[in-house]
Ligand binder design. Structure first.
Ligand code: SF4
Length: 71
């Protein structure tokens, strides 16, 4: 595996994307746009079942806003 470790990752979760599972290159990740996915689609974040819904809503709103900016 890579020797790079993300400062946002804690216990397999992403603190940058409000507690979603870490998936390098997903939307909202610091590596988004830098990793190519086989199907060409950048995955959306997925949260664990017990995630705080407020955190999740906040992260999804931020992603929706950034997608709007992208047109
Ligand atoms: S999803 Fe990206 S930003 Fe978040 S912890 Fe993983 S590598 Fe870091």
């Amino acid at each position: 595996m890579s020797s790079w470790s993300c400062p946002h990752q804690v216990d397999d979760l992403c603190r940058k994307v409000k507690g979603a599972y870490c998936r390098p290159g997903m939307r909202g990740c610091v590596l988004a746009g830098k990793i190519a996915f086989q199907d060409g689609v950048v995955p959306r974040p997925v949260w664990p079942a017990g995630a705080d819904p407020r955190d999740r809503a906040e992260a999804e709103a931020a992603l929706a806003a950034s997608e709007g900016e992208e047109g």
